[in-house]
Design a protein around this ligand. Structure first.
Ligand code: IVH
Length: 729
């Protein structure tokens, strides 16, 4: 252990906030760091943009840390956004000033073709499990016997922290800079998730403090989705008609392994650091050993470097303390913001740790004491199918009530058809139920020995259990859904959407009244709304004359003024939001024309992929939807594409346009002008664009357009095109 003196212990490091402004200069100008940046420009240190960018980077990362790691924000979200936009603006104008640790790189947007795999420099082992105090003691005694030369004191001191139920990941820092993230994978090789991990807000892109930093430091820890984010994500997924996740661990894994890192960025993942991989202190490689003598010191160093570590870790001396800690965590597990499934005990002394080493499977110096699984056996009496807001059919197990970890459970989700088939779950089976944290109980699987001889495999219904319409399972989806817009279960929500701001935006017609009218059986679909009279509305409680008149007037006004794009958006076709509705409305004359469009026609449009196209097709292929459209037509709600004056075409008709940068008037105004001239305005960059119209500080889209050979227009050129009219013969 004498080697420790060869290395300077990490000098009392500071959060970036305490380091003061002068350090900003050090950060950008000390050469070492600028030589690490992708495009180094050492002579830029005298320039005002470079100084400002460095200041903004440091400030933004400081606020990130205060907000995401310490949970103690100092500024408002708006103030943060202002600083962020300023940095984006500078980096857009001066791309050479972008650094790999710039907070602007946290927003994702990198698109990976596939996930590369790479070898870990040191194998990432799993942990052996123990399930009782006897097993825990046996493990500790075994370690004691394997290292007879160590003192009792050393062998009796264990660091304990919660066993996090997420996904193990290893981060590499080279001279203080975050350079790589690998998942655990099979322990030998992991997937490269560097770009995705960069979006994780509590991950330091550069180690905090003044250094010197290890030449190479591998920080291991768990990527987690906290419960709140998990619940939010599932709510969001459900409302978009996308698949929901069974538990936070699956959600974390799915979110991290995204090829589109902006998806990861939106998922609110966290990283908690709990151990180290390889540590190389100096460039010449002499120091394979670290200056941290104990696990407690290592974690303290991690915190000073800006990492979040598992809450409530502590030292335990002997079984009594270890057990007390275990019991405390088990009792408090549901109050934690994330899921844990046990306690990990690690020998505190790092030299003894190295001396103990590993078995073929797991370390000899660390063990997981798992919590008793919250499982129980019961009978699955029936499988019922529920219809969700977006028409998704969700199978639910009705169970003979059973107590699982102190909570009586009588229902459990079965997720979808594939899940039932894979586990071969049948009605009448005895099944194993599992409760994980606050999450809805899960059916682990059938107890085959107890299966009744007359049981038959479960057949997922091919019809909506509420309205009887044929259900459909779209390509690439796990869920069956009812596409009948008049299905009572789907009706209420789709009606509320129809009149909402995202739909026709009917003033004064809110969810409460819709619900009442549906309950009274007066409206069965959106077309019925337009047949309401003030007279009959008066029959409803709390509805006076003024309100009734206003109600009917608002609907009539919406009917007369609805644009094609609002109308399409109001229909609530799955995956068709306002932007897609705008694209469709610019490309088709009316709903008749849209109905005739093939999947190929649709995917040729900007922003429309195969999934959206197939959802649009499925909408028109459903008879009840076609009937509903006919009713709208007969009621006079049949908007047509605006813009194109009958025989006059502009040079922009049918062209796909995207705006970027700051324009002399609002972006909205320009979009409207373009649409008025018959152009389709795209939501994001694509190679299918005809024109990119650039204002000031255009950002990265300009370079992409240049690469793709897309015609670039400035504002003046765009306005000139607007004026160019061609007469169609
Ligand atoms: S320390 C040599 N501490 O559990 C292993 N691991 O089932 C040292 N895990 O993949 C690991 N929480 O990644 C440690 N507080 C914690 C942990 C933890 C979860 C993971 C670990 C491993 C898995 C084993």
């Amino acid at each position: 252990m004498e080697q420790h003196s060869l290395f300077s212990l990490p000098v009392k490091s500071e959060t970036p906030s305490e380091s003061g402004e002068s350090e900003a200069e050090t950060i950008v100008t000390n050469g070492r760091i600028s030589s690490l940046s992708t495009s180094s420009a050492p002579d830029k240190c005298s320039d005002a943009d470079a100084e400002r960018a460095a200041f903004l980077r440091r400030e933004l990362e400081r606020h990130n840390y205060l907000y995401h790691t310490l949970d103690a924000p100092e500024i408002t979200d708006e103030a943060y956004d202002r600083l962020f936009r300023e940095l984006v603006e500078i980096e857009g104008r001066r791309p050479e000033l972008q650094t790999p640790d710039s907070p602007t790189r946290r927003v994702g947007g990198e698109l990976l073709p596939y996930l590369e795999t790479r070898a870990h420099s040191q194998r990432m082992y799993g942990l052996d499990n123990v399930f009782s105090s006897e097993e825990w003691q046996a493990f500790v005694q075994r370690a004691r016997r394997q290292l007879p030369e160590a003192s009792d004191e050393i062998m009796n001191e264990w660091w304990a922290d919660p066993k996090l139920d997420g996904l193990a990941c290893e981060l590499t820092y080279e001279n203080g800079l975050f350079t790589q993230a690998l998942t655990r994978g099979d322990g030998e090789t992991g997937e490269v998730v560097t770009a995705a991990m960069r979006t994780v807000r509590n991950l330091p892109l550069r180690l905090h403090g003044k250094g010197p930093f290890p030449a190479r430091l591998e920080v291991r820890g768990e990527v987690l989705m906290f419960r709140r984010q998990f619940e939010e994500l599932n709510r969001r997924q459900e409302s978009l008609g996308l698949k929901t996740f069974a538990n936070p661990r699956n959600a974390a894994a799915g979110s991290l392994r995204q090829l589109d890192t902006s998806v990861t960025a939106a998922r609110g993942l966290r990283f908690l650091a709990y151990s180290a991989g390889q540590i190389v202190m100096t460039e010449n490689g002499e120091g394979g050993l670290s200056p941290w003598k104990t696990h407690a010191e290592l974690l303290e160093a991690f915190r000073e470097y800006g990492f979040e570590t598992p809450t409530g870790g502590r030292l335990c001396h002997g079984l009594e303390e270890a057990q007390a800690y275990y019991q405390k965590l088990e009792a408090g597990r549901d109050a934690l913001p994330f899921e844990i499934d046990g306690v990990v005990y690690k020998l505190n002394d790092r030299e003894a740790e190295t001396a103990l080493g590993f078995t073929a499977r797991a370390p000899r110096f660390a063990v997981a004491w798992k919590f008793a699984a919250r499982r129980a056996k019961t009978v699955l009496e029936r499988i019922v199918v529920q219809v969700g807001r977006t028409g998704v059919l969700t199978p639910v197990a009705e169970l003979k009530p059973v107590s699982v970890g102190g909570v009586v459970v009588s229902r459990a989700t079965l997720h979808n058809e594939d899940e039932i088939r894979q586990k071969d779950i049948r009605e009448g089976d005895t099944v194993l139920i599992q409760r994980a944290g606050d999450v809805i109980p899960d059916v682990v699987g059938p107890v085959l020995e107890e299966r009744r001889p007359d049981s038959v495999p479960y057949q997922f219904p091919k019809f909506c259990p509420v309205c009887g319409a044929e259900a459909s399972r779209l390509e690439g989806e796990a869920a069956w859904r009812c596409l009948n817009m008049s299905c009572p279960a789907v009706l209420l929500r789709s009606l509320v959407h129809f009149v909402s701001k995202s739909g026709l935006d009917v003033q004064g017609v809110g969810a409460r009244w819709i619900e009442e009218l549906v309950r009274a059986g007066r409206i069965k679909n959106a077309a019925d709304l337009f047949t309401l009279t003030a007279q009959e509305l008066l029959g409803f409680e709390r509805m006076g004359e003024v309100l009734a008149e206003k109600f009917v007037d608002s609907l009539q006004e919406a009917k007369q003024t609805a644009s094609l794009e609002r109308f399409i958006a109001a229909l609530g076709i799955r995956l068709v939001g306002e932007q897609t509705a705008r694209t469709l409305a610019a490309s088709f004359e009316d709903m008749d024309a849209l109905e005739k469009a093939s999947t190929e026609d649709l995917t040729a449009l900007p922003d429309i992929g195969p999934e959206v196209a197939s959802s649009i097709r499925a909408f028109f292929d459903t008879e009840s939807n076609r009937n509903l459209l006919e009713r709208f037509r007969s009621l006079g709600l049949w908007p047509r594409r605006r813009a194109q004056a009958a025989e006059v075409k502009t040079a922009l008709s049918g062209k796909r346009v995207l705006f970027t940068g700051t324009l002399s008037r609002s972006r909205d105004e320009f979009q409207r002008m373009a649409e008025h001239a018959g152009a389709a305005v795209a939501a994001s960059f694509s190679k299918k664009l005809d024109y990119l119209v650039v204002g000031e500080n255009p950002g990265s889209k300009l370079a992409k357009a240049e690469d793709a050979g897309i015609t670039i227009l400035n504002e003046k050129e765009f306005l000139a095109l607007l004026e160019q009219k061609e007469t169609v013969s």
